[in-house]
Design a protein around this ligand. Structure first.
Ligand SMILES: [Fe+2]
Length: 342
């Protein structure tokens, strides 16, 4: 039964908060503190009513007592809240903290546990931080989703313009990931590298088709135009909500170890290891696949090329890893793993 249902007040700041507690005095106190701080507060004293309100309403936060009546537990509210889209963060209030309750709270995806009694300022600070963190998490999730869609659509746009490179970007993702794993590149950088590999030629969308798809050799002016694509890619990716590393490695994917690459002429470790991996993965695909101007190279010829270009075109250590891998396993060295892309 509901002993007290606080009305909703116009918010000065904050958002909508659902407060659930079976002690009327606690419910009253929480209502006063939160509504004074500008939150729109809905107070309920029972599990079922709270779960229904949560599903029907649009709350930014739930504050719930751990024990509701004799058997109802606040965890169940947390389970309901974590199943919503977007997920509503839950702060659990308890006067009797225990190891078991902390474990259960973790399992139920509770964001915070507060021990009663608590100072109003401490409570408000936790509420504010929890709402902010959940909002940031939600924004991040949305942006990542959009970026993933873009990241799979854009390479296909480039390949539609230049069908001779069909599947190139996706294959380069696989080669780069394989090398990154062998070199011990950290998970976070491997994520960024996969995206950079997928998008490395995005700047080609700005290259005229008659140059991009020209049969036969390019003249110096046409070569100059083609060579603008790493910079164009860098500029196109300016608003990408991922790390700057993705942009940097796209920008650097035609640099060389000896500094004779383009567009910046960076040398050796001026390009970070994941960027150097991308350089090599990109070239490997160009050699191993048939192109309009050449057949696919056989493995021994590719091995010879990497040995010869170690320390000039490529990071010598990386070139050695690839040459040895191809020698031992043939093209199976770069065999794709299912579901590797993202
Ligand atoms: Fe390129």
């Amino acid at each position: 039964m509901v002993d007290f249902v606080g009305g909703t007040r116009r918010a000065k700041a904050g958002g909508r908060v659902l407060v659930v507690d079976d002690e009327p005095s606690m419910l009253d106190a929480l209502h006063k503190v939160l509504s004074r701080a500008g939150y729109q507060v809905t107070c309920l004293d029972g599990l079922e009513a709270a779960k229904n309100a949560l599903v029907e309403g649009e709350f930014e936060l739930v504050l719930t007592d751990l024990y509701l009546g004799d058997s109802d537990l606040g965890y169940e509210i947390a389970a309901t809240a974590s199943g919503l889209q977007p997920r509503v963060p839950v702060i659990l209030l308890t006067g009797r903290p225990s190891f078991d309750s902390a474990c259960e709270a973790l399992r139920s995806q509770v964001h915070e546990i507060l021990v009663k009694p608590m100072e109003p300022e401490a409570l408000l600070s936790v509420c504010r931080n929890t709402i902010q963190a959940a909002a940031m998490e939600q924004t991040q999730r949305l942006l990542e989703g959009q970026n993933r869609v873009l990241a799979t659509v854009v390479p296909r746009m480039i390949e539609a313009k230049d069908p001779t490179t069909c599947g190139h970007s996706e294959r380069v993702v696989g080669y780069a990931e394989k090398l990154a794993q062998l070199c011990g590149v950290e998970e976070e950088d491997r994520d960024a590298l996969r995206l950079a590999a997928l998008l490395h030629d995005i700047g080609k969308v700005g290259i005229p088709e008659e140059i991009l798809c020209k049969q036969g050799p390019l003249d110096p002016k046409e070569r100059e135009v083609i060579n603008t694509h790493p910079r164009m890619g860098y500029e196109i990716l300016e608003s990408l909500a991922e790390s700057d590393k993705v942009r940097d490695w796209v920008y650097q994917h035609h640099e060389r170890w000896d500094g004779k690459g383009y567009p910046q002429g960076l040398g050796e470790e001026d390009v970070a290891l994941p960027g150097r991996i991308l350089v090599l993965a990109e070239v490997y695909d160009a050699l191993a696949e048939e192109r309009s101007y050449k057949p696919a190279w056989p493995v021994p010829k590719i091995i010879g090329f990497f040995r010869e270009q170690a320390g000039s075109h490529f990071d010598p250590e990386l070139a050695g890893i690839v040459a040895n891998g191809l020698e031992n396993e043939g093209k199976g060295f770069f065999a794709p793993e299912a579901g590797m892309l993202f």
